[in-house]
Write a protein that binds this ligand. Structure first.
Ligand SMILES: [Fe+2]
Length: 239
């Protein structure tokens, strides 16, 4: 009687071996071909020196606002996006998909604040004492009844907005609209084209003018608003 082997031999069918090898090869190819995902959002550099908007907006405010508040929104948004199904998606798509969804509140808020702030810096300029020209100026005249009426409506909307948020001039298809959004909410998630905004959160002005939101909004509107950038957005139909 033949002695039984002390070892257990596993015989793997040839077809199974081939399938295992093929799966391993596919996994290797996928790992080699996929680029590592970069962060969805980055902190953009300011378009002017941090003291360029003084005296209305101090260097201290800008450094805190950009280097702490905006940077924190970017970091938090990237962490939340990296752990979600939205990794690798365009930011505007993420905002539209998560707006109003309770389970994505933190992701939406931080991503929207990152987008809003990046947009806000481009709405400001130390040479902001000019009014819009060209097609945007004509549209403002037609839809609001002139520059002074537009200015009054924009400032009134800013002052009547309760709490934190943003005041916007947007293009809604063909029309211009002034609107405010609460907290992090953003028109870019609503299919609108933002042309200009002012940050109404207290962190934007409290160190410089304390609770005088009117002084801050009027000062930005009359002296720091980048209407050239708004004109380009209006003409292009995109933010
Ligand atoms: Fe802000």
């Amino acid at each position: 009687m033949p002695m039984s082997s002390p070892y257990c031999h596993w015989i793997i069918p040839r077809g199974v071996r081939f399938a295992v090898l093929f799966a391993a090869l596919l996994a290797l190819l996928a790992a080699c071909s996929s680029e590592p995902e970069g962060p969805a959002l980055t902190l953009p550099p300011l378009p002017w020196p941090s003291d360029a908007l003084e005296p209305l907006i101090s260097q201290r405010t800008i450094k805190l606002h950009h280097g702490k508040h905006h940077a924190a929104y970017v970091d938090k948004a990237n962490t939340l996006i990296a752990n979600s199904r939205y990794e690798g998606k365009p930011v505007e798509e993420i905002l539209a998909a998560t707006r109003g969804k309770k389970r994505h509140t933190a992701l939406f808020n931080n991503t929207a604040q990152a987008w809003n702030h990046a947009f806000f810096w481009t709405c400001l300029t130390p040479e902001g004492n000019a009014k819009p020209e060209g097609a945007l100026a004509e549209a403002i005249n037609t839809e609001f009844g002139g520059w002074n009426a537009f200015r009054s409506a924009f400032i009134e909307a800013s002052l009547s907005h309760f709490g934190s948020g943003w005041v916007w001039l947007v293009r809604d298809k063909g029309a211009l609209r002034i609107l405010t959004t609460a907290n992090a909410d953003t028109p870019v998630a609503q299919g609108l084209t933002p042309l200009f905004t002012i940050d109404l959160w207290e962190h934007a002005y409290y160190l410089d003018v304390q609770n005088r939101r009117k002084a801050y909004v009027e000062g930005v509107f009359d002296g720091l608003a980048n209407w050239k950038a708004a004109e380009k957005r209006y003409n292009a139909g995109k933010p």
